[in-house]
Design a protein around this ligand. Structure first.
Ligand code: FAD
Length: 288
C-alpha cells in the first residue's frame, strides 16, 4: 500500500524505523527486533540505508521481508550521493521487482573527501525526480525543522524543501528534535510555503548519552534546558537517564498527538522494551 494513502486513512499513523546490522553481521538480530516491534502493529516500518557495498542489498532484503513475512508495509530508505545513475537504477529495479512501493529518497551525508566520488547526483531532489518518473513508487523525503546542518539560512533550506516537494514527494519525515515548539513553528513555515503533504515528526528517545551527543553534533539539533538538566542529573547513572529519556519521549509524543499530527515516526535504534513502553504509555497502541 502507498504510504500516502495510509496518511489519508489513519491518524495518528505509527511508523517505526530500524537499521540493518553492520556489514559482516548476520541479519538475525534485526529480525529478532522486528518480531517484537511488528507485534505493535505499526502502519509501516522504515529501513535505513548505508551506501557502502552489500549494505544497499540488506536494506532491500529487510524491507522486502517486512512486507512479505511480517505483512507490514515497508519504506526503504535510499541515498544517491556517490552513486552513479546506473547503480541507482539497479537499486530501484530491485525494489520494484520485490514489490516495494515506498521509498524515502535522500541525498545522504557527504563523505569527508567528496572530490573523488561520482557526481551524478548533488541533491535529493534529483533522485526524487528520477523515482517519480517511474510512476511506481510513493516517495517520502527528509525535512529539517531547525534547518539542515549545511544550510546557512533556515529560509533557504525551506526553499530547497519546496524543490523536493515539487519534484514529486508525497510525505515528509522530520529529523529528530527535542522541543515540540520547533516542530510546530516548522509546520507553520512549511504551510506558508504551500507545502500541503503530510509532515511527520521523527522522535528519538534518549537512551544513551554518547549516542545522543553524537547525533546532536552530527545533525546540529538544539538541546533544550530541560534536557540539559536531565543530562546533568543522571550523568553518572546511564540506566536512570534511559528511564528519564523514555518519559521525555512519552511527553513529546503525547503532546504531538494532542496537537493533531498526522503520524509519529519513532527512531527505534533497534531497541525493543523502551519503544514498546513509549508506544503503549503514549496511547499509540493498546496493550493486549
Ligand atoms: P537534500 O535535500 O539534498 O539537502 C542537503 C542539503 O543541500 C541541504 O542543506 C539543502 O538545503 C541543500 N540543497 C538541496 N537542494 C539544493 C539546491 N538545489 N541548491 C542548493 N542547495 C540545495 N542518511 C543515510 O545515509 N541513510 C538513511 O537511511 C537516512 N535516513 C534518514 C531519514 C530521515 C527521516 C532523515 C531526516 C535523514 C536521514 N538520513 C539518512 C540523513 C540524510 O541523508 C542527511 O541528512 C543528508 O545530509 C541530507 O539528505 P537530504 O535528502 O535531506 O538532502
Amino acid at each position: 500500500m502507498r504510504i500516502a494513502d495510509v496518511y489519508k486513512k489513519e491518524r495518528p499513523v505509527l511508523s517505526l524505523e530500524v537499521f540493518p546490522p553492520k556489514p559482516g553481521h548476520s541479519l538475525k538480530s534485526v529480525f529478532r527486533t522486528l518480531d517484537n516491534l511488528c507485534d505493535l502493529n505499526p502502519s509501516f516500518v522504515s529501513v535505513t540505508y548505508a551506501s557502502q557495498g552489500e549494505s544497499t542489498l540488506r536494506t532491500v532484503e529487510i524491507a522486502s521481508r517486512v512486507r512479505n513475512e511480517y505483512h507490514c508495509e515497508s519504506l526503504a530508505h535510499m541515498t544517491c550521493i556517490g552513486h552513479s545513475k546506473h547503480e541507482v537504477a539497479s537499486v530501484l529495479d530491485n525494489l520494484e521487482a520485490r514489490g516495494i512501493e515506498n521509498v524515502l529518497a535522500l541525498r545522504g551525508d557527504m563523505p569527508p573527501d567528496s572530490s573523488c566520488i561520482s557526481r551524478d547526483y548533488n541533491f535529493a531532489s534529483e533522485l526524487i525526480e528520477e523515482i517519480a518518473a517511474r510512476d511506481h513508487f510513493c516517495i517520502g523525503a527528509a525535512a529539517y525543522p531547525e534547518g539542515h546542518i549545511e544550510s546557512k539560512k533556515i529560509s533557504s533550506d525551506l526553499i530547497n524543501l519546496r524543490r523536493k516537494v515539487d519534484a514529486g514527494v508525497d510525505f515528509l519525515i522530520t529529523q529528530v528534535f527535542f522541543d515540540n515548539r520547533v516542530f510546530y513553528d516548522f509546520r507553520e513555515r512549511a504551510q506558508h510555503r504551500n507545502i500541503e503533504i503530510p509532515v511527520i515528526p521523527g522522535i528519538m528517545p534518549i537512551l544513551n548519552y554518547k549516542q545522543i551527543k553524537r547525533i546532536v553534533m552530527m545533525c546540529g539539533v538544539s538541546v533544550p534546558a530541560k534536557l540539559l538538566y536531565l543530562f546533568d542529573k543522571y550523568s553518572h547513572d546511564p540506566e536512570d537517564l534511559a528511564k528519564a529519556g523514555v518519559e521525555y519521549a512519552i511527553e513529546q509524543v503525547s503532546d504531538l498527538v494532542e496537537e493533531g499530527v498526522g503520524g509519529i515516526h519513532l527512531y527505534t535504534m533497534n531497541r525493543v522494551p523502551q519503544i514498546r513502553e513509549i508506544v503503549f504509555r503514549s496511547g499509540l497502541r493498546k496493550q493486549k
